[in-house]
Design a binder for this molecule. Structure first.
Ligand code: CMC
Length: 431
């Protein structure tokens, strides 16, 4: 971040205040209002933070107009095509792509942290079988702070690093265990001879009674889904992690807060909601009815998997995801999948509709991810846990960045108060 030579001037009741303009390496300039209240005695008002930068960061850059997503400068489509998830994790955590030796060491570290404390199995058994796996994950990840005491001291960089490695390594195990518990099958322990994505598929789909071979094409598709969800700058769950962390909370509690936020249907829950919507539509001839509902201001229905706060032309992740959907369905020999047909036709009709064009609403990453995950055999309830495990590295990288900044402060937004002003208490018999 460099100080621009320009300033912005704010005039209130004839008094002018010069506010510094900060120049990012990419994207619009940012007006620095940190001293505004002290100087002018006013707050700014921005519910939903549509115009507010809450931090500075070097991790991820999105240009919503261009449909560009960069991690440490590398375009997401190049990472999805040429890299693999653990390399992207290294990139997000440590600023640069690893050398071969660094990558080998990182993969070895992550692989050797995949098991969870045996006593944690009791947590899973305490939940009802029909609990949503996200509910289980919020609880179990929060409970990690009760097990890994040697990595909760956030003032120690080494403890922070160990906590990071533990969460990246254990999140697939936790997500898979939540799934296995929900279907009444025994937990499957991680296998360190498998790569990250294959190990996750193995923990989800293997059973003790028979041999399970991970298909390399499915493993590659799984890995790609992990990459496409790895980080997305200051979205709702990441901002939640940063806000939780700003009070000095332990790392596992912060990530549990991120998982809770991600669960909502406007954020990570959209992939589940999208597939359920595609199934509810059911056939191509019912699409106009649902498009009409999405456009009706009196109907709360929205097209799930459509629209994005930042992307206003296309979501670059959706392009890769659509290609993966075709590949996976082809591999599995799923021809004429009715859900895929509805998805493709819905996309076409919505994009041709002036309502969606005017509001710049395009398919987002979640529009096709559910189709792939379902084809792989995951129930819809596992879609958001898979998003959560993929996004864990993004949350952790942003958390690490925040804590490494000596100037970081507790997050404490202001408000526009519209309630009663001070009034005298009235005794109950006099009301
Ligand atoms: N279907 C119909 N209308 C929509 C949709 C939609 N999916 N999304 C936005 N709009 C309309 C909205 O009604 C509003 O219209 P108006 O200006 O007339 O009031 C306008 O478009 C702007 O919408 P907004 O809600 O102000 O935009 P936002 O930036 O606050 O919301 C969003 C972004 C993603 C929450 C929203 O587009 C949405 O709810 N989409 C469906 C859920 C979804 O797919 N979420 C996944 C996001 S990508 C994964 C992730 O990063 O979490």
């Amino acid at each position: 971040m460099t100080d621009s030579s320009k300033t912005a001037t704010l005039t209130i009741d004839g008094t002018s205040y010069d506010l510094p303009l900060l120049s990012p390496t990419a994207g619009p300039n940012v007006i620095d209002i940190r001293k505004l209240y002290a100087q002018a005695g006013v707050f700014t008002y921005d519910p939903g933070y549509t115009s507010t930068a809450s931090c500075d960061s070097t991790i991820t850059y999105i240009d919503g107009a261009k449909g560009e997503l960069l991690h440490r400068g590398y375009p997401i489509d190049q990472l999805a095509e040429k890299s693999h998830y653990l390399e992207v994790c290294y990139l997000l955590l440590y600023d640069n792509l690893p050398t071969a030796a660094e990558l080998e060491a990182f993969e070895a570290t992550i692989t050797r942290h995949t098991m969870i404390h045996e006593q944690m199995h009791n947590f899973f058994r305490g939940f009802r079988r029909d609990a949503h796996p996200m509910a289980t994950m919020v609880g179990v990840v929060g409970a990690m702070s009760a097990f890994y005491h040697d990595s909760t001291d956030i003032s120690d960089p080494r403890q922070r690093e160990i906590a990071s490695h533990r969460m990246i390594a254990k999140m697939p195990t936790i997500a898979a265990m939540a799934y296995k518990y929900s279907i009444g099958q025994p937990f499957v322990y991680p296998r360190n001879d498998l790569d990250y994505a294959s190990n996750f598929l193995h923990m989800c789909f293997a059973v003790p009674a028979e041999q399970y071979e991970v298909d390399p094409i499915l493993s590659r598709a799984m890995d790609r889904i992990f990459i496409l969800h790895a980080d997305h700058e200051q979205n709702a769950s990441t901002s939640t992690v940063r806000l939780a962390s700003s009070s000095g909370a332990n790392p596992f509690a912060c990530i549990a807060a991120g998982i809770a936020c991600l669960w909502g249907p406007a954020h990570g829950g959209a992939n589940q909601a999208c597939l359920e919507m595609l199934k509810e539509i059911g056939s191509v001839d019912r699409i106009p009815e649902f498009i009409a509902r999405a456009k009706d201001k009196d109907d709360p229905f929205r097209l799930m998997g459509f629209g994005h706060r930042v992307y206003k032309n296309f979501d670059p992740r959706a392009k890769v995801m659509k290609q993966s959907a075709d590949e996976v369905l082809d591999l599995l020999g799923i021809e004429n999948n009715p859900v895929l047909q509805v998805a493709k036709e819905l996309e076409k009709q919505a994009l041709d509709d002036p309502y969606f064009a005017e509001k710049k609403l395009f398919p987002n990453v979640d529009f096709y991810s559910g189709i792939i995950l379902e084809a792989m055999g995951f129930p819809t309830s596992m879609f958001t846990p898979i998003f959560a495990l993929s996004r864990t590295v993004g949350w952790i990288s942003q958390w690490k960045e925040q804590l490494s900044d000596p100037a970081h402060k507790i997050g404490r937004p202001r408000q526009l108060y519209l309630g009663e002003t001070a009034r005298e208490y009235v005794d109950v018999e006099d009301r």
